[in-house]
Design a protein. Structure first.
Length: 96
């Protein structure tokens, strides 16, 4: 299943704390002790996942992070962010 077709969510929601400053997010993972700095795009995707208790797919996330002045397809960029968030432990894909 492609990243776009999967539903994504934030794992261990209670073990994460985050703050936003000037469009960047700092996320602390209490489980691993890691702190992550997310740029505006990654922070927006992360925020969508936090707000979506049932998880979200790429199309649902795109509705919230879409820049109306940008005519390019946001899906590839969102997929790349989701894969990176998964790599660092801030997102998981639901089993197919």
């Amino acid at each position: 299943m492609t990243p776009a077709a999967r539903r994504w969510r934030v794992p261990f929601h209670a073990a994460l704390s985050w703050r936003e400053w000037d469009g960047e997010f700092v996320v602390r993972d209490e489980r691993s002790g890691s702190t992550h700095l997310l740029d505006a795009r990654a922070g927006s995707v992360f925020s969508c996942l936090v707000a979506a208790s049932a998880g979200a797919d790429v199309a649902e996330i795109a509705v919230h992070v879409l820049d109306p002045t940008d005519s390019t397809d946001p899906a590839p960029a969102i997929e790349a962010v989701l894969i990176e968030l998964e790599r660092i432990g801030l997102a998981v894909a639901e089993p197919a």
